[in-house]
Design a protein around this ligand. Structure first.
Ligand code: PAF
Length: 310
């Protein structure tokens, strides 16, 4: 994503007050220049890569003002050691965010977001947060949801800015469960923001891009391709309105050497519950989400495929 290489380096702000003031100023400048009043928020934990650049570039295409948040949220890590060793490099992040078109980076200290330490009240992702990725990471989705709720508040355009300011927030489809939970937050609690999903970026061979892929040898990366192949098989069947027969996709993965399947599930995209119809036998119509997680060479990989109109 290099379309916005000429963009000036994004301004970095550290406090919510600075974020609000800078957001207001940028919106005023944009609307004075005749642009639609719109602000796109891209929440990240830093360590930006090509996948994030896509989110930022889409936000750039759709909004007058683009804000990237860069904050490593302690309360979504189930292992404190993972939190401590999470990469932090604001300068590198600013270069990538600026290259993809961000205007502003909000990189707060922990005390700005959590002035009292661990919040006494955390949002609950409910049953959506207990299954799939949540089953192996207890509390992860509650911590994620709590910080996303705060970040959505911080980024929300000030009511004093032009009346019809459009507010959009960008999340990658790669983390399908996170996206589903954030959509429920907005829907169930009535947040005035439009959630914009950004499609998964894949390698030429089809592997979903992930910072974890660098821990795989070339041979393991090739073995991991069975995951996207199994998902594309479901997509082909859905598009042809055939029964999905997920058991065949599971057999494909099970027969791949070095790939240890954790789950392969076809679910309702809104509830993450099993589909109301038997997708093994009924010709596919409507919407579904296929989720897969597996270990390849000891590295846990996730991938997914939305089916139908979603
Ligand atoms: O996807 C992430 O990077 C994080 O979960 C998010 C949404 C920025 C919340 O910390």
């Amino acid at each position: 994503v290099s379309r916005h290489d000429q963009q000036a380096a994004p301004r970095i702000v550290r406090t919510v007050a600075e974020l609000k003031a800078a957001g207001r100023e940028l919106l005023e400048t944009a609307t004075a220049a005749g642009r639609e009043a719109s602000l796109g928020l891209v929440p990240t934990m830093g360590a930006l890569h090509e996948g994030h650049a896509r989110l930022i570039a889409q936000a750039r295409d759709e909004n007058a003002v683009v804000v990237v948040t860069d904050f490593v949220n302690r309360f979504q890590f189930d292992d404190p050691a993972d939190f401590e060793r999470y990469p932090r490099d604001l300068e590198a992040d600013a270069a990538i965010a600026g290259g993809a078109g961000a205007d502003l980076i909000f990189a707060p200290e922990e005390s700005e977001v959590y002035p009292d330490g661990r919040p006494r009240v955390l949002l609950s992702a409910g049953t959506l947060g207990e299954k799939f990725e949540g089953a192996s990471r207890p509390g992860h989705f509650d911590g994620m949801l709590t910080v996303v709720a705060k970040l959505l508040h911080y980024g929300m355009p000030d009511p004093a800015t032009p009346a019809a300011t459009m507010y959009r927030a960008y999340f990658g489809q790669k983390d399908a469960q996170q996206l589903a939970i954030v959509r429920r937050l907005v829907h169930d609690l009535g947040y005035p923001v439009q959630i914009r999903p950004v499609p998964i970026v894949r390698s030429a061979k089809g592997l979903a891009l992930s910072s974890r892929n660098r821990f795989l040898t070339e041979e393991q990366q090739d073995a991991a391709l069975v995951l996207s192949r199994s998902l594309f098989l479901m997509k082909e069947r859905a598009e042809a309105h055939l029964p999905l027969r997920p058991v065949e996709a599971v057999a494909m993965i099970d027969s791949a050497p070095g790939v240890e399947l954790d789950y392969f599930e076809v679910v309702d995209p809104g509830t993450l519950e099993p589909l109301a119809f038997n997708c093994a036998q009924t010709p596919f119509t409507g919407e579904a989400l296929v989720l897969v997680a597996a270990r390849v060479g000891g590295i846990r990989l996730i991938d997914n495929m939305p089916l139908g109109a979603i």
